[in-house]
Design a binder for this molecule. Structure first.
Ligand SMILES: Nc1nc2c(c(=O)[nH]1)N[C@H]1C(S)=C(S)[C@@H](COP(=O)(O)O)O[C@H]1N2
Ligand SMILES: [Mo]
Length: 514
């Protein structure tokens, strides 16, 4: 049986409905795969029975003008095919979108849910971007625990209650930005398409980044509580309770980070987001927050930490989030010939105005945006009104508070004399004096990650401080004719015959004198 509206797709189970039960009571939607290779194999056999639809082409043709933009049809089918425990995941996931997120989210992919806020709202939990690789597990806090195992001296099972016990673990609260490495991918797609999977290529705009005040414990304290790392322990692998499908196989979401990152207190196990319990969609009851790294490492619905000698071989770590050179693509890419994206580079974006806005102004246009660097903090933000020749510094008072691990939002009244189509762009310099590539061309990479080139928008400038423009605006206003959109022809004469003749004679006529 396929789930009910709004996600329902016709689905016919082939053969017997498989039975992959939930692993634990109070952990809805969590099937443990990693510990049971034979179960994984059985799931792969189930998946092999179906001809799932290929991903839709959306890079060489325009994106659908719908919200959700993409539906994620294959991903829904994968979940239906797994039987009772997962088949309602598309519906459950959508239910939490309705319940926990703002009604004006841009739904980039319906399932697994990927959504970004409209450009103006950025910090509230309801507006925080969401990036899921699967469904949303429903885990009861009282039933929750994590297993810390592998190369630690005293492997332990720790309940959420224990983690929250301040007599064992000091509490930590920090303002930290999470950025998906797919942020601003749409710019690469428009210029130079790449790997065409609807999930990893969720066509993000500037909103797949958000900042929150997270509360939890430092992972360093947790590892210490487990006796510290054992000999050779160098990477920390995290597992989330959601099911991830990749090339006909199933997994629990798994990633890893080098232990070094934990040792400098830059990894938190968090249960609070902006003073409220984590929303379900953001990893309730417990998630990882890795400061300065790509969002993918901040594992949600955390249930297991496994200490390894080498980076995780889980597919999200080994096979995805790889940064390739411009000469690598479908013709020659391997998992090993690109590097693993961890620390995010300096980048920034203009949030308002929006691309193609037509702006009536009096000689200055207000810009707002964000600036972020994973390896430091934004020191200077610069904007240009001519595509990047002349730059203006955003005054320091107009750039928000500095944090070690968070973005700075900024605003700027930019002097704009010119009229017509202009290209605005922004670049940021971070605390190590790194800045951004000028054009998307130099940022392009096959997996379409990390679009850190200067963010550009085209706007149409209508400068009221210029007399001719002021006059036209008044004429239009007197006749109740809208100025916008500029593409609508003006239903009035631009000059009378008398005005025309007078002007032509003043301009010394159309023709040369001899
Ligand atoms: N368990 C689990 N953790 C996950 C993911 C996921 O799909 N499953 N997505 C990752 C990615 S790619 C990003 S960018 C961040 C997004 O966090 P958010 O949805 O809370 O904004 O979560 C990361 N953690
Ligand atoms: Mo991500």
């Amino acid at each position: 049986m396929a789930p009910a509206e709004p996600n329902a797709l016709p689905f016919e189970q082939k053969g017997e409905v498989p039975n992959f039960p939930e692993e634990l009571p109070g952990w809805g939607g969590y099937i443990e795969w990693e510990k049971y290779p034979e179960k994984k194999e059985q799931a792969a056999k189930e998946l092999a029975k179906y001809d799932f639809p290929v991903p839709p082409e959306f890079q060489f043709v325009p994106l659908p003008d719908t919200n959700p933009i993409l539906e994620g049809v294959r991903w829904k089918y994968y979940h239906y095919a797994m039987g009772k425990t997962l088949r309602d995941m598309p519906d459950i996931s959508w239910k939490y979108v309705q319940k926990e997120k703002s009604p004006d989210m841009i739904h980039v992919l319906q399932f697994p849910y990927n959504g970004e806020p409209p450009r103006t709202e950025i910090t509230a939990n309801a507006d925080f971007f969401v990036r899921n690789h699967g469904g949303i597990p429903e885990i009861e806090a009282e039933e929750h625990f994590i297993d810390v195992e592998g190369l630690v001296n005293n492997p332990k099972r720790l309940t959420l209650k224990q983690l929250q016990d301040e007599s064992i673990f000091p509490r930590m609260t920090k303002t930290v930005t999470l950025q998906c490495s797919g942020t601003r991918r749409i710019e690469q797609i428009h210029e130079y398409p790449g790997e065409g999977d609807e999930l990893i290529n969720a066509p993000w705009g500037e909103g797949a980044i958000g900042t929150a005040r997270w509360t939890g414990v430092s992972l360093k304290k947790v590892i210490k509580h487990c006796g510290g790392l054992a000999e050779g322990g160098a990477h920390l692998e995290f597992f989330g309770a959601d099911t991830y499908f990749k090339k006909g196989a199933v997994y629990n979401y798994g990633v890893s980070i080098p232990a070094r990152k934990m040792k400098v207190n830059e990894v938190m196990l968090a249960w609070e987001m902006n003073g409220a319990p984590l929303p379900k969609i953001h990893g309730y009851p417990l998630r990882v927050v890795v400061f300065g790294y790509i969002g993918a490492r901040s594992c949600k619905w955390l249930y297991r930490i496994n200490v390894l000698r080498e980076p995780s071989l889980a597919p999200v770590q080994m096979k995805e989030y790889i940064y390739f050179t411009p000469q690598i693509g479908k013709h020659n890419a391997t998992y090993s010939n690109g590097f693993s994206i961890q620390t995010m580079p300096v980048s920034s974006a203009i949030m308002t105005p929006l691309n193609h806005d037509q702006i009536i102004h009096d000689g200055t246009i207000k810009l707002t945006g964000w600036a972020y660097s994973g390896s430091g903090w934004p020191e200077r933000v610069e904007v240009s009104g001519d595509g990047g020749s002349i730059w203006y510094e955003v005054p320091w008072e107009k750039v928000s508070t500095k944090y070690f691990h968070a973005w700075r939002v900024w605003e700027m009244e930019m002097p704009v004399d010119a009229e017509g189509w202009l290209e605005f762009c922004v670049r940021t310099w971070d605390s190590s004096m790194n800045t951004q590539p000028t054009y998307v061309r130099s940022a392009w990479n096959w997996d379409l990650h990390v679009t850190s080139s200067c963010h550009r928008i085209k706007i149409y400038s209508i400068n009221r401080s210029r007399p001719a423009t002021a006059k036209r605006l008044k004429q239009l206003a007197d006749r109740n004719i809208p100025m916008l959109p500029i593409t609508h022809p003006i239903e009035m004469e631009l000059e009378t015959e008398d005005e025309y003749l007078h002007a032509m004679r003043t301009r010394r006529g159309r023709d040369p004198v001899e």
